[in-house]
Each structure stands twice: as structure tokens, then as C-alpha cells.
Ligand binder design. Structure first.
Ligand code: COA
Ligand code: AMP
Length: 547
């Protein structure tokens, strides 16, 4: 099989050649562009040819560090076409995070853009790529740079990198299209890094076969989407939602997908989502609750929503964090559309629970992501591993085996896969989330019960932030916790005990600590609060009591 064949060539051969496959809508650059299935297939085949000419073959890894532009999707699909393993790194991560991933994935090639655009701010990517490669023990052979006119990068500018950097467009112009390379169903399609409880992110490995099955199945069963419809996941290709529901699932299903380079607000206003839904006849919209909270904050009465009737829009799906009932009610009331909460993780790649609209629609209960999806045997256990009674909270687990599409292992670290997910309760996958199932079988996911937090729909590790703070010369010990935030759901909050007699150079240690996390993880950590304290609360055995 080949996933890229299912996503593109299959449709060209079966009557969708002239249907729009991808719509790029970028309020930050003022650009819009559409690709039919045939055009996208041609672009991807040539991008695959370009990679093949650089020596990329089946099984090689390719890191993709790009903003929300069509070339990012083409890069992912070109890797799939060659049987190469892509690893997309979210553009909001700083050089250090990129370095960690380069070292673990050992990519032959990095595909990058010259810059990202955050509302009006230009973020040059190449300096971060250069620093990451410098800091990493693994050195990729080539860096292919897509030059954006907003901020072209100077290639091969770093000492010692002569010839390493390649101009994407120039190289592509010389490349021949490449056909799909057959792979086994159990060959890896991609590795996507996600935050765990320790500093080092985990490389979730997704295999071709099960993933393709899950993507196709979920489009009809969970989203009730019909081939030919327009599906928009307002997320980022750097996250699992972007992998599954911007790229793979809508295209495998023969839908039109939307790649939106903008925010729910400020690009230019809180009507951005409604404008896109109206203009592109979106049938199904999927985003994170935090995006709707941002819209609600700026347009509390939903006045702007009234200006966009959105006749095609049928259902709004949400995931990425707990959907709080006030946000659910506001969106339902103002858009007059059903809102479906569904729960999932990078590890599973698709929804563990939701309202299976394509099978049987259940009445909604606010605060619940409805029922386990067919294939997931979801249970709630207590600390000893015994099932709890209805309505009682505990560890949410999935009885093995996991259904198709879920992670096969952690990249080159099967022990971490076993110890991180499978050993606490033998026979079960531990999700890391806590919650309960009520007497009608509805699942309520209440939040993480480990050191992972969810900031504006972005999954982050407090353990990693603690390691960074602890690395400061003046810090004796520290704790980072997730505090409730009305917009972002949670924000990290750091408490730091200083070493006796140690003072930072300019006496402004709080600023230094905030900057350190921003530099090492990235702005996306939203680490803006740190407090110097005399002591941390501890258990008798000396463990910090974060809760
Ligand atoms: N590249 C570079 N920087 C990025 C970035 C990216 N792709 N994404 C975010 N950042 C930066 C932001 O510019 C901001 O930087 P600043 O501290 O200099 O202002 C910082 O990271 C924090 O970003 P964010 O948490 O996104 O806050 P925000 O105020 O910019 O936007 C929301 C708030 C709610 C509008 C925004 O978080 C959002 O749209 N969230 C939805 C998330 C989502 O889709 N998640 C996917 C799961 S479905
Ligand atoms: P990620 O791996 O980045 O997709 O983040 C997964 C985590 O986000 C889960 O473990 C949950 O903590 C949280 N999450 C995702 N969707 C939901 C949801 N619908 N309800 C509650 N929490 C969610």
C-alpha cells in the first residue's frame, strides 16, 4: 500500500481529478489559492522527486519545520509517497525543541520555510534551524528552504554549511515526478513528538495501514462527512489534529480540506472563522475550545456571526482540551449549530470518544465527550487497577488491544512505550487523563492526572519547564503547575526556590527565568508567571506536592 496513493492518486483515477482538494486561505499574507486533486498530485509527485534526487529513500526520516502553507502539506505527502518517515515540528517551538527532535529522529533532510507569520510578526525560521543543527549531534545532509517573499532567508550563510541549504523552488523546477513507493501496512508513516511527563518529548510512531483505515472510518462514523464535502480543521499541521484532519483524513475521504494561516481573532477580527466558513462553503468545522473562547471574548453577543449565514455549515467539532459547558452553550446558541465534543490524543491519532453522528446520534450531555468510539474499550480504574462504579472518578484507560491507527511504539524507545503506557495497569493503555463514566455510559474527561498541561490547546510538559528552570545557576529547586486560565484553559505557573547566596547578575531573576523557558521551548509555552518562594510544599518523603 501507499498512503499518498490513497490520499491523491486514487481520487485522480476515480473521478475527482478536477475537484478541489486543498484551499489555502491566509489572512496574514492576503493570499488564497486552491489545488485540485490532480494539481496537488502533480505538486506532491514533483516534491517527492526532489527529495528522491537528494537521496531520500523509504525509511529515511525528514523533518518538516514549516508554517501553514501548502508546501507543508506537499512535503508531508511527498515523504509518504516515498515511504520516508516525516516528522513535523510545530513552528512555535524554539531551536532547542527542534534540536531534540533532530537528534532523536536523525533526519536525512530538513524541509523548512524561510519564515512564519504570527498575525503581523515575521518569525525567521532559518536561524532556528541553524542553531538547532549546531546544537544537535545529528547533522542532516540537506536543508531545503521554501523562500517566502515576506522574509527570504540567506542560504548557506552559517560557517561550515556550504552547499547544505537548497532553494526549494529552484530545486523543484529541475525535479521529475516520482511515483508511489509500496510500503508494508506496518511501516512507519510518521513520527510526531509530543510532551510526556519528563523533559524529553516522545516520538509517537504511526503506521501506514491502521492509520489509513482509522482516517477513512472516522470521517464517516464520527464526522458524518460525505466525499466531496468541505472539511475544515482550524488547527496546525504541527499538531496531531493537523496531521489527521487537515491532511490525511479529509483527503483519503475525497473531501476538500482547508489550510488556514491565521488566528480565530486579530486576522483581522473575531469574524475570521465565520468568513472562512461562508466563503468556502465549509460543511464541517473542527477547532479547539480556546479558539472559540477567544472569539467570544471579542464578540460576546455574537454580532459578527449574524453577518455570515454559513448555509453549508452543519456541525462544529471541538477537541484538544476540556470543552467547558459555558463555551459549548455559547457556540451552540450563537451559531445555531450542534457542537460535538470529542476526546483524543496524539497517541491515538483519532477520537477515543465522541458522538458517532454517522452511526447513531446520542443526545448530548454538556461536559461529556459522549460515548467511546467503536474500537476503543474505555474503562475507568482506581489506583489498584479495579474498575470504579458509575460516576466515580479514576484513571481513564483503554483495554488492549488498541484499535487501528493508534501508536505502534515510541520511536526507537519501545521501553518508554511499555513503561509510559502499558505497565501501570497490565492489559490496559493508560491515557494520562482522569474522569468518569456515568450511569448511561457517557464519558467525562476531567483533565490530565500527570505532569502534562494543556495551554490554548497546546500540549506541554511541566516537567520539561522544571528542568529548564532548574538548569539556571541560581535555582535550588522549583515546581511548575498548570493554573486555570479563562482564555487558554491552563497556563503554566512556576515557583522557584533560590540557592542561598546566589543572585542573578542584574538582580532580575524572574525575567531571566521567563526568558529561559521562552528561548528553550518557545513562545508557545506562554510561560509568563514565576514567583520566588522560600519553600515548596512537600510530602514526608520529600516529593513536591504540585497538586
Ligand atoms: N509560530 C511561532 N509562534 C507561535 C506559533 C507559531 N506557529 N503559534 C503561537 N506562537 C506564539 C504566539 O505568537 C505567542 O507569542 P507571544 O508570546 O510573542 O505573543 C505565543 O506563541 C503564545 O501563543 P498562543 O498561546 O497561541 O496565544 P495567542 O494569544 O497568540 O492566541 C489563541 C490565543 C486562543 C487565539 C490561539 O492559541 C489559538 O488559536 N488556539 C487554538 C489552538 C489550536 O488550534 N490547537 C490545536 C489543537 S485542535
Ligand atoms: P494532544 O496529544 O496534544 O492532542 O493532547 C491530548 C490531551 O488533550 C488529552 O490527553 C487531554 O488531556 C486533552 N484533550 C483533548 N481533547 C479533549 C476533550 N475533548 N476533552 C478533554 N480533554 C481533551
Amino acid at each position: 500500500m501507499n498512503t499518498c496513493f490513497l490520499v491523491l492518486d486514487y481520487h485522480v483515477l476515480n473521478g475527482r481529478a478536477e475537484q478541489t482538494a486543498l484551499i489555502y486561505d491566509s489572512p496574514v499574507t492576503g493570499k488564497k489559492k486552491s489545488y485540485t486533486y490532480k494539481q496537488l498530485t502533480n505538486e506532491v509527485a514533483r516534491t517527492a522527486g526532489m527529495l528522491a534526487e537528494m537521496g531520500v529513500v523509504k525509511g529515511d526520516r525528514v523533518i518538516i519545520y514549516m508554517p501553514m502553507i501548502p508546501e507543508a502539506v506537499m512535503a508531508m505527502l511527498a515523504c509518504a509517497r516515498l515511504g520516508a518517515v516525516h516528522s513535523v515540528v510545530f513552528g512555535g517551538f524554539a531551536a532547542n525543541e527542534l534540536a531534540i527532535r533532530i537528534e532523536d529522529a536523525e533526519p536525512k533532510v530538513i524541509m523548512a520555510a524561510s519564515c512564519g507569520i504570527e498575525v503581523k510578526k515575521i518569525i525567521p525560521y532559518l536561524p532556528m534551524v541553524n542553531k538547532a543543527i549546531k546544537d544537535s549531534r545529528w547533522k542532516p545532509e540537506k536543508v531545503v528552504v521554501y523562500q517566502r517573499e515576506e522574509c527570504p532567508a540567506e542560504l548557506n550563510s552559517n560557517p561550515g554549511v556550504d552547499g547544505r541549504d537548497v532553494d526549494w523552488s529552484q530545486q523543484l523546477a529541475k525535479s521529475n515526478p516520482h511515483d508511489c513507493v509500496p510500503v508494508d501496512a506496518c511501516d512507519p508513516l510518521y513520527v510526531l513528538y509530543t510532551s510526556g511527563t519528563t523533559g524529553k518529548p516522545k516520538g509517537v510512531v504511526r503506521e501506514h495501514g491502521g492509520h489509513a483505515v482509522a482516517m477513512k472510518y472516522s470521517m464517516s462514523v464520527i464526522y458524518n462527512a460525505k466525499p466531496g464535502e468541505v472539511y475544515w480543521a482550524a488547527s496546525d499541521v504541527g499538531w496531531v489534529v493537523g496531521h489527521s484532519y487537515i491532511v490525511y483524513a479529509p483527503l483519503i475521504h475525497g473531501c476538500t480540506t482547508i489550510l488556514y494561516e491565521g488566528k480565530p481573532v486579530r486576522t483581522p477580527d473575531p469574524a475570521a472563522f465565520w468568513r472562512v466558513c461562508q466563503e468556502h462553503d465549509v460543511n464541517i468545522l473542527f477547532s479547539a475550545p480556546t479558539a472559540f473562547r477567544a472569539i467570544k471574548k471579542e464578540d460576546p453577543e455574537g454580532e459578527l456571526i449574524k453577518q455570515y449565514p454559513m448555509p453549508a455549515l452543519r456541525t462544529i467539532f471541538m477537541a484538544g482540551e476540556r470543552l467547558d459547558p459555558p463555551t459549548l452553550q455559547w457556540v451552540e446558541e450563537k451559531t445555531k449549530r450542534p457542537v460535538v465534543d470529542h476526546w483524543w490524543q496524539t497517541e491515538t491519532g483519532w477520537a477515543i470518544s465522541g458522538n458517532p453522528l454517522g452511526l447513531e446520534e446520542f443526545p448530548l450531555k454538556p461536559g461529556s465527550s459522549t460515548m467511546p468510539t467503536p474500537g476503543f474499550d474505555v474503562q475507568v480504574l482506581d489506583e489498584t487497577g479495579s474498575p470504579v462504579a458509575a460516576n466515580e472518578q479514576g484513571f481513564i484507560v483503554i483495554q488492549l488491544p488498541l484499535p487501528p491507527g493508534c501508536l505502534a511504539t515510541v520511536w526507537r524507545n519501545h521501553d518508554r512505550f511499555q513503561s509510559g503506557y502499558l505497565t501501570q495497569f497490565p492489559g490496559y493503555y493508560v491515557s494520562g487523563d482522569g474522569g468518569y463514566i456515568d450511569e448511561d455510559g457517557y464519558l467525562f474527561v476531567m483533565g490530565r492526572i500527570d505532569d502534562v498541561i494543556n495551554v490554548a490547546g497546546h500540549r506541554l510538559s511541566t516537567g520539561e519547564m522544571e528542568e529548564i528552570l532548574g538548569g539556571h545557576n541560581d535555582v535550588a529547586e522549583c515546581a511548575v503547575i498548570g493554573a486555570h486560565d479563562a482564555l487558554k484553559g491552563q497556563i503554566p505557573y512556576g515557583f522557584v526556590v533560590l540557592k542561598d547566596g546566589h543572585y542573578s547578575v542584574d538582580g532580575n531573576i524572574e525575567k531571566e527565568l521567563l526568558q529561559k523557558v521562552r528561548e528553550e521551548i518557545g513562545a508557545v509555552a506562554s510561560f509568563r508567571n514565576v514567583m520566588i518562594v522560600n519553600r515548596l510544599p512537600k510530602t514526608r518523603s520529600g516529593k513536591v506536592l504540585r497538586r
